[in-house]
Design a protein around this ligand. Structure first.
Ligand SMILES: Cc1cc2nc3c(=O)[nH]c(=O)nc-3n(C[C@H](O)[C@H](O)[C@H](O)COP(=O)(O)O)c2cc1C
Length: 197
């Protein structure tokens, strides 16, 4: 009986902590055997994307590459100054806006509205259906952390024959507004990800 109560409580806890609108991502797929040297050879910005959407398995691996937990002590795939972990990675897609929670490997829903139009300043962006947005504090370190994260993504994308481009050409203030960023946080940079045309 005691065991059943514990089990029932655990199930309620899991149900509450992963809200209906949040997404539990699959484990990142670490089976890609492309060498780092090959990824460095192949990395380049893409200006043509196919309409095909990024599935959650691929998204999980990309987010893990960007800023995921790679050790038992919770540290990340990128170094962070004083282990501050002051970077946030948001996913904009057709279903809304999501905040990556690396510890739980979940996407926390921030909005159920499609805001991809905020990034459609260049023609090739019309076929992009997933944009990562890196945010952080106003300090220099957060900007460096964003650079490390987007480069990890660039390399994973190159290793996977996918398409990506880092992008600063969008209205940062509008994006900050839809993200409802807390005081002291700012939008740093974005990165379109998808499949080659
Ligand atoms: C911080 C940053 C911001 C960028 N912003 C844009 C952008 O707004 N639009 C765009 O088409 N490319 C953008 N780029 C991509 C660069 O134009 C591209 O990296 C550069 O031309 C070199 O090409 P490569 O990435 O293929 O080596 C940006 C790159 C960086 C690193």
């Amino acid at each position: 009986m005691f065991k059943q109560i514990i089990l029932a409580s655990a199930m309620v806890f899991v149900a509450v902590s992963v809200m209906a609108a949040d997404i539990q991502l699959p484990e990142p797929d670490k089976s890609n055997k492309t060498t780092l040297i090959q990824s460095l050879e192949d990395r380049q910005s893409q200006h043509e994307f196919s309409d095909k959407e990024v599935d959650n398995q691929t998204l999980s691996t990309i987010l893990w590459s960007a800023y995921g937990v790679n050790r038992a002590d919770g540290k990340r795939t990128i170094p962070t100054a004083m282990n501050k972990k002051d970077l946030n990675v948001y996913v904009f897609n057709k279903d809304g806006i999501w905040l990556y929670d690396a510890d739980a490997n979940t996407l926390k829903q921030q909005s159920n509205e499609n805001h991809l139009d905020l990034f459609q300043k260049q023609d090739y962006m019309n076929s992009v259906s997933t944009v990562l947005v890196y945010t952080g504090s106003g300090e220099d370190y957060a900007v460096m952390h964003a650079g490390s994260a987007y480069q990890n993504v660039e390399l994973y994308v190159a290793a996977s024959n996918m398409a990506s481009i880092v992008r600063g050409y969008f209205d940062h203030e509008e994006v900050a507004k839809v993200l409802n960023l807390p005081t002291g946080q700012r939008v740093i940079i974005s990165q379109a990800i998808g499949w080659k045309k």
